[in-house]
Design a protein around this ligand. Sequence first.
Ligand code: NAD
Length: 505
Amino acid sequence: MINELLEKFGIHHTHSGVYAGDWITRPEGMEIESINPSDKKPIASVMSASRKNYEQVVASAVEGFEKWRKVPAPKRGDIIRQIGAALRKNKKDLGLLITLETGKILSEGQGEVQEMIDMCDFALGLSRQLHGLTMASERKDHRLFEQWHPLGIVGIISAFNFPAAVWAWNSILAAICGDSSIWKPSTHTPVTSVAILGIVSSIMRENGHADVFSLCISEMHLAAEWIAEDRRIPLVSATGSCEMGKVLGSKVSQRLGRSLLELGGNNAAIISHSANMEQALRAVLFSAAGTAGQRCTTLRRLFLHDSIEIMFLEKLREAYRGIKVGDPWEEGVLMGPLISENAVDKMMWAIQEAKKQGGKVLTGGNRILDKGYFVEPTIILANPEMQIIQQETFAPILYVMPYHNLEDAIRYNNGVHQGLSSAIFTDSLREAEEFLSYRGSDCGLANVNIGTSGAEIGGAFGGEKDTGGGRESGSDCWKNYMRRQTCTINGGNQLQLAQGVRFDL
Ligand code: NAD
């Protein structure tokens, strides 16, 4: 299956992982092996970039930008439409490749490609709507307005868990805005990124713009550091852990560059006594155990009203027993493996810590000694004072805690450093409104009767506090990828100064 799939994408063993207007045939960095987390076997290897290769990538992206920004935005939109069509054609195979490389189940692998397609459709519409405002001028015969220009090269640093969608959020918007981009993906998912560049670059080449999208796979974080320190790259969009964001964000800010940070979450849901319990149960199940707990929006903390705690927990434990863990490409499997041995070790460590701090494992808690990095989805009865619940463990551990007053539950929801996603399940309008008010959730995403994960591309995605404050994907996020220019035109014969200032000779 793997060889056939690689062949379809034209990926040979030790394929180049560096694209600069074309594949650099022999990149001079180390060989990086992609491992299938379901059986620990290699999928393929790619050759990574040396510093010299990185310079070639930047030179190509500079040239790409110079040409691309001259193309009228609706014409750029037409080329992005063609990319969307190519992705539609490759959806099944690309989705399967994502499943193999990340361990996410089939429908989630396909869903990720759908998200890329949705971004292309969204960007096509945007290509005729990159508009600025006209403001009323205080001066007679003056016109005050703003316009948006392409920004330059966008550096995209992405995490392993969304190896395709996050690239599309950034690169497709950047492209519609007239920018070129350089992508440094996670070293866990090099093959997916090579396959994507293959699809996208063939469309771009046909249209005479092969150097708009580039790829720079590197050993460890090297290319991310080069990008962060590179003044030729005005915007660095980085998705990953809060630790990464702190290091990378400060490097970019030292050179006064712009950064767009999409970092870790520690998401919570509140289940009120008035909630539709079946609906809440299904949402909790997907949010907490879906993608094996490896989404930034994964539900990690669950606050149950004390009047329904026992009943809900019983149903939840029963539902957890029904989660089939196994090879993610098999129908019926709901949970694949974690990404690596290190991820399994971190999960086991967190469970031990939780126990030491007074937590009680209600379900799961073990690694599954199989061929891959499999674990049991885990529920831990906890309390809001436990230190361990402050941190994001990127694994399927759900900490459950009772509450009595909604005000307390909202305080617990907000009582962590991260601020990405949050949800309340309730049939009470008053409770829902309280949760969404300024006194309510402090997260970038706040949902009612919907789980914490699985956002649509149409909204702005991102979070507050240590999650980094960035917003990507829908709404007006395109503005991140352009530079705003405020223009004042004097259509009269007099020179008037603002605020009534006089400077007459
Ligand atoms: P990670 O932080 O280990 O790596 C993410 C990317 O940053 C990789 O490309 C990596 O090479 C690079 N990187 C890591 N440390 C770096 C450093 N010190 N300097 C320069 N570059 C560095 O994250 P991961 O394990 O791949 O992904 C999981 C994390 O990503 C979780 O915390 C998750 O919540 C977060 N995430 C956030 C979002 C979001 O939109 N908010 C989306 C997906 C994942």
